[in-house]
Each structure stands twice: as C-alpha cells, then as structure tokens.
Design a protein. Structure first.
Length: 170
C-alpha cells in the first residue's frame, strides 16, 4: 500500500481532506508521519477512485516530491508570470534604448565631421592671416617659418618705419 499525503489520498479516494483525517483518527485508515512530520495515509489501490498520477515506491507522487502545496504552486506561478512580464518590459526598453543609441551615434559622427571641417577652415584662415601680416608660423615639423608677406620687399611695415626714429640716442 502506498503512503500518500492527506491531500493526494483525499483526491485518490474521492473524499474531502477532512473525511480522510477523521477516518485516520477513528482508525479506519492506516497512517504514518514522514521525517518532516507530515501525515501520510496508507491507501489501498483497490479503493482508489481516480488516477492520482505516478506513485513512487514510497507512495509519494512526483508532484509532491519537493513538498510543494497547491498554494505554493499558485504563488510560484504568479511570481513566474510577473517575472515574464518584467522580462518582456525590459526587452522592450532595451530595444528602445538601442534605437536611441544608434540615433545618437549617427549624430555624434556628424558632429565630429563638422568639427573637423571647422578646424580645417580655422587653420586655413589663420594661415591666410599670418601670411598677410608677416607673422612667423610653426610648421608641422615644429620649425619656425616666416610666412610670405604681401608687402613688397622694398617697403617695410608701418610699425618698423615708425619705431626706426624712436630709438634712444647714446
């Protein structure tokens, strides 16, 4: 005779759990307790009304092997459903953020190109200004180069002509 927990024994015999407990108390059904102190009812296979699933040699079904009650299973299912909903929401958020990252990356690349163009234009303007003013420039190698001047070779800039006569006389 397999030993079943009260809930499974009631299901197998077609009775309520209270009826199974009353019959155990009155001695009409044999019972024992498992190491955790749960009541196990000895069920005669000839008295079984419904198929109760696979019963192991110890009398415990596969569903009860971990000691879960139907309330525990309902709670676990509710937690699983909530976890699935959260996972779906996180996937949607991930996809949305991936789209934003793609957009921002394209915008950043455009700004980098724009900055590079502006820097090149600034360097060209500085070079033109330095050449027109005769200001020395640094070359790419670090050498000082005097820019070509637009002033004819025989004519000096105004500041050099002006300061020529102001030098102190010894």
């Amino acid at each position: 005779m397999p030993a079943l927990p009260v809930a499974q024994a009631a299901l197998a015999l077609g009775w309520s759990e209270d009826t199974v407990r009353r019959r155990v108390k009155s001695g009409q059904l044999e019972s024992s307790t498992d190491p955790l102190g749960r009541l196990l009812v000895m069920v005669n296979p000839a008295d079984v009304v419904e198929d109760i699933g696979t019963v192991e040699v110890t009398g415990r079904s596969a569903a009860d092997a971990n000691g879960a009650t139907p309330a525990d299973l309902r709670s676990t299912l509710a937690q699983l459903a909530a976890t699935d909903a959260r996972a779906a929401a996180l996937e949607r958020e991930r996809d949305l953020l991936a789209g934003h990252v793609q957009t921002l990356t394209a915008e950043l690349d455009a700004r980098r190109t724009e900055v590079g163009d502006l820097v090149r234009a600034l360097h060209q303007q500085q070079l033109l200004h330095a050449r027109s003013a005769g200001i020395p420039l640094l070359s790419a190698g670090g050498d000082v180069v005097v820019a070509e001047t637009s002033v004819p070779a025989g004519q000096r800039p105004w500041w050099r002509r002006r300061h020529r006569n102001t030098s102190p006389v010894p």
